[in-house]
Design a protein around this ligand. Sequence first.
Ligand code: FE2
Length: 250
Amino acid sequence: MRGYIDLHSHWVAAIDDGARTPADSVALLKGLFEAGFSTVVATPHMRPGMFNNSAQALRNAFDSTCSAVSLDKHFPEVHLASEHFFDDIVFERIIGDLALPYPSRIPPEQNKGRRCALVEFPTSRFPARIEHRIFDMMRRKIRPVIAHPERYEPVWDDPSVLDPLLDAGAVLQLDIAALSGRYGRTARRTAEALLTQGYYHAASSDAHSLKDLDAVREGLRALYTIAGREEAEFLLIEGPRRILDGEVQT
Ligand SMILES: [Fe+2]
């Protein structure tokens, strides 16, 4: 199968804990392409204190990785966004248009200027006043896409803690590798529960290096087995396409 859209990956070289060199970038992009991803969005970390990357620094790193490798027909179509750690500093950047939402490929008049932005939370707790912050983003036509909810401890006991976030406008992105057990049994069970209850809008790799691809391939097989072909392909193709182009309706 081809045509999958990966909305979460760390293939830009030397900017976070993903690819270290352009050669790593090439290997990862080729591996994702062979696994079925025809479009791969780079989402390097923006996380003050750990990865002190501004939007401009990420744009520069993306440009220099792209110019160091020759992306021919054996590579996916590539784009740049960011995985935004949802603290006060990054939230202000998102609201102030200083972040990197997904780059819609369609004219603004077609999606009313709406965009989506990838956000991640600390694993042990949700940020304070999270629903209010989601409303603030939605008022500015930026819909949050919450990365790997199956890894968050508050979700483990009770997935319905996510409901107020979804009601406020957020959508959820599965890390495919969680279905292989890559993040432990609890994350795997939680991913299976969220999947069967229809919580997810997209499924992505969160691949950092070529070493992650065995777990991604195993997770893809599990995704088809658990969700069935129609739902699996929605999560890998149409759901991500709507997020990328800012056309999500909830
Ligand atoms: Fe990530």
